[in-house]
Design a protein around this ligand. Structure first.
Ligand SMILES: Nc1nc2c(ncn2[C@@H]2O[C@H](COP(=O)(O)OP(=O)(O)OP(=O)(O)O)[C@@H](O)[C@H]2O)c(=O)[nH]1
Length: 409
């Protein structure tokens, strides 16, 4: 198993997903014209492919169901008006439909295709959330980006209104695989599909308010998508720095190992150590996480201190007992502190706070501990609910068998 694999487990719901739950997980569908960048997005976000490696991706010829991350990549040339295409089966189960538009190309054909896709999908399943990625914006100037987004947004909503679908909501994102924008956009898309989101946001709000934390993100460590954040506005820089912290911690763990990190190491990072934009991968067959080097964290003079007990953010297999306790603090030259604590095997809490606030570290540690307990309860409730449903189904079955026996008698 490579570091980038989740195995049969789920980053949000944990290790013990029932088959039924796995089936009913929200599906995310990537659609768009040929060469718009669908496979690249999937590979970069979920499989740690480097953006430059995507240059050699072959065209997708059949639906690529990425069961682990519940993302389906559709071939660009697929024609769902073909009578053999079962729209009910395809769109019926979908949570979000992400339509990718190549902004570096003439996008008129893509807009026509987007329109027909939305109309067809909405007819089958009005609960789908429609997300439009205006993609490959790395090649556009800032002004041109804004103009393109305005034009695409206007044309699409006008055409939908003309078709009598003014109630259909579309969200638009400017994305590129060459920076954080694709991860941020995916975070927002995934969050809409998590039923526990309001509870998680509330818990994060309470944590921030009681600990003087300025911003808190709950990250899926492997994909670096954040699945929840407190309700203060997200600025891209905060997201980027927290996302880069994951790279830093994984790098340091992989270089110095758990022993050194467990003994609370301290060191200085500077920009010079971070020349490479290239992410390299290692495998040891044990761990769930992928190593990555670099990632563009350009913040000079940061003091790093880590401690990790059985942490799966490092290169060692998690120890028995499930005590996932990777913990790390980075103090930056500008007086900001980054605080990371592993919540479970897949999720990490990363907070941004002022150095003065961090003087009360005991309070923050305690509040984070309470947050982790509350998180466990939220997902425990989901498991309990599932068990209850199973018991009810079994009882119903027994009842029916019982009645059947009487009927025959
Ligand atoms: N500049 C730039 N190029 C990108 C970006 N994303 C993807 N590409 C390039 O676009 C080309 C097509 O990408 P694919 O991922 O194969 O496109 P696709 O939509 O899956 O294509 P089909 O499988 O034919 O449907 C590749 O050469 C990628 O490197 C991006 O954000 N910026």
């Amino acid at each position: 198993m490579s570091y980038s694999d989740y195995g049969d487990n789920d980053p949000i719901y944990g290790d013990d997903l029932a088959d039924e739950d796995r089936e009913s997980r929200p599906r995310l569908m990537l659609m768009g014209l040929r060469r718009s960048g669908k496979s690249s997005i999937q590979r970069v976000v979920f499989h740690k492919m480097t953006p430059t490696e995507t240059l050699f991706l072959e065209s997708t010829s059949k639906i690529n169901k990425d069961n682990i991350q519940y993302v389906w990549d559709f071939p660009g040339q697929m024609d769902f008006f073909d009578p053999t295409f079962d729209t009910t089966a395809i769109f019926g189960e979908v949570g979000a439909l992400v339509f990718v538009i190549d902004s570096q190309d003439d996008y008129m054909e893509a807009l026509a295709r987007l329109h027909s896709t939305v109309v067809a999908a909405y007819r089958v399943n009005p609960n789908i959330t429609f997300e439009v990625f205006i993609h490959k914006v790395d090649g556009l100037s800032e002004d041109y980006k804004i103009d393109t987004q305005r034009d695409i947004q206007q044309t699409t909503t006008d055409e939908l209104a003309d078709a009598g679908l003014e109630n259909v909501q579309l969200a638009f994102y400017l994305t590129s695989i060459y920076d954080h924008s694709i991860f941020e956009a995916f975070s927002k898309v995934i969050q809409k599909l998590i039923p526990q989101l309001p509870t998680l946001e509330n818990l994060l709000n309470i944590l921030c308010a009681n600990s003087g934390i300025e911003k808190a993100f709950l990250f899926d460590v492997i994909s670096k998508i954040y699945i929840a954040t407190d309700s203060s506005p997200v600025d891209s820089q905060s997201y980027e720095i927290c996302s880069d912290m994951i790279d830093v911690i994984i790098d340091i763990s992989s270089i110095y190992g758990r022993a050194a990190i467990g003994a609370k190491s301290q060191g200085y990072l500077d920009d010079q150590q971070d020349q490479s934009d290239d992410w390299t991968h290692q495998q040891d067959g044990h761990d769930d996480y992928e190593d990555s080097n670099g990632g563009g964290h350009g913040h000079s003079q940061a003091v790093v201190s880590n401690s990790s007990r059985a942490g799966s953010l490092n290169n060692q297999p998690a120890q028995s007992g499930g005590n996932h306790e990777a913990f790390s603090v980075i103090k930056m030259g500008n007086g900001t502190v980054l605080y990371l604590r592993e919540v479970n095997k897949y999720l990490a809490l990363i907070c941004l706070l002022r150095a003065e606030t961090f003087e009360k570290q005991g309070l923050i540690d305690y509040n984070v501990h309470c947050f982790k307990e509350a998180m466990d309860q939220v997902f425990e409730l989901k498991r309990a609910e599932r068990t209850r449903r199973e018991m009810e189904a079994n009882q119903l079955l027994e009842q029916q068998q019982h009645n059947g026996l009487y009927g025959h008698g």
